[in-house]
Unconditional design. Structure first.
Length: 94
């Protein structure tokens, strides 16, 4: 999945940036580097650019640049379920 396909409000983790050297260098200078968590906040009225949040700040990127950023989507509710299940283990902690 690429960053421009990520729905508004969803969070993903950057896997790679695939473009020519100049564009990927510029994106990486802005903090779009592998391993960073990114969230899509909103989109301009005609869809371009999109506003994302990463590393504690908001950034607007063009959709064609966002299309070069590969991401993986984490299902945070799975992490939550794993933390509270099975109930007999967690009840022993209290």
């Amino acid at each position: 999945m690429t960053l421009n396909e990520l729905p508004m409000g969803e969070t993903g983790r950057i896997e790679s940036v695939n473009d020519d050297a100049a564009v990927s260098r510029r994106l990486m200078e802005m903090g779009i580097v592998p391993g960073v968590s990114v969230r899509v906040l909103k989109s301009a009225p005609f869809g371009d650019p999109i506003e994302i949040r990463l590393l504690g700040y908001n950034l607007a990127v063009r959709r064609n640049e966002a299309a070069t950023v590969n991401i993986s989507v984490a299902k945070f509710w799975l992490i939550l379920v794993a933390a509270i299940w099975p109930p007999e283990i967690n009840s022993a902690r209290t």
